[in-house]
Design a binder for this molecule. Structure first.
Ligand SMILES: Nc1ncnc2c1ncn2[C@@H]1O[C@H](COP(=O)(O)OP(=O)(O)OP(=O)(O)O)[C@@H](O)[C@H]1O
Ligand SMILES: [Mg+2]
Length: 169
């Protein structure tokens, strides 16, 4: 893989992806260091690469093949089972906390799997304060800045663990 420019602090890191493969690779790295009950909140405009990133995340968590991961835009929830289950939510159409409850979000939090939420900015106040936030900024046709912020002590080690990858040549 070509050079991916990265930058890290104690609880945040930023990575520039040049294509979907880079984005999936970052997802795999993060997925492989997540812990049970972790919550990953994805923020970014249409087509920014959120679902692409989840393909990597699911592979890193329980080796779900990429083609099995698709956008839950209409069903709002997809589930990828394995050693640890990944619950993949899309909050694009959600406006209220009661809707989030209705689609089983809070139940999933109790079940001990890992949760990822696309369009998390639409329900941010309804999400647990402790989480990993991943923001996607479109820099160009294929370039995306992907910024991770660990909210809460439990999430800080994730940043430390992916640091070598983000800074790899
Ligand atoms: N560096 C990149 N990382 C991820 N996707 C990229 C990149 N460069 C180009 N793309 C393209 O951008 C699109 C990203 O689509 P994706 O479904 O992942 O976005 P999304 O953020 O989930 O959108 P939505 O808000 O509609 O759910 C794909 O068509 C992909 O091929
Ligand atoms: Mg999507």
């Amino acid at each position: 893989m070509h050079k991916i420019s990265g930058d890290c602090c104690d609880r945040c890191c930023s990575y520039v992806s040049h294509n979907p493969t880079d984005t999936i690779a970052l997802g795999i790295q993060i997925g492989s260091v997540l812990f049970p009950r972790a919550l990953v909140a994805l923020i970014g405009e249409l087509g920014a690469g959120k679902t692409c990133f989840v393909k990597g995340l699911a592979y890193g968590i329980n080796q779900t093949p990429e083609h099995e991961v698709t956008s839950p835009t209409f069903t709002m929830l997809h589930e990828y089972c394995g050693t640890s289950t990944l619950y993949h939510f899309d909050a694009y159409r959600i406006r209220e906390q009661t809707e989030l409850e209705a689609i089983g979000f809070y139940d999933c939090l109790d079940w001990g799997g890992i949760i990822v939420v696309e369009w998390a900015d639409r329900v941010l106040n309804s999400l647990p304060a402790q989480r990993l936030t991943v923001r996607f900024d479109v820099l160009g046709e294929h370039d995306r800045r992907i910024s991770c912020v660990a909210h809460g002590q439990d999430y800080h080690p994730i940043i430390h663990k992916i640091w070598p990858f983000v800074n790899a040549v």
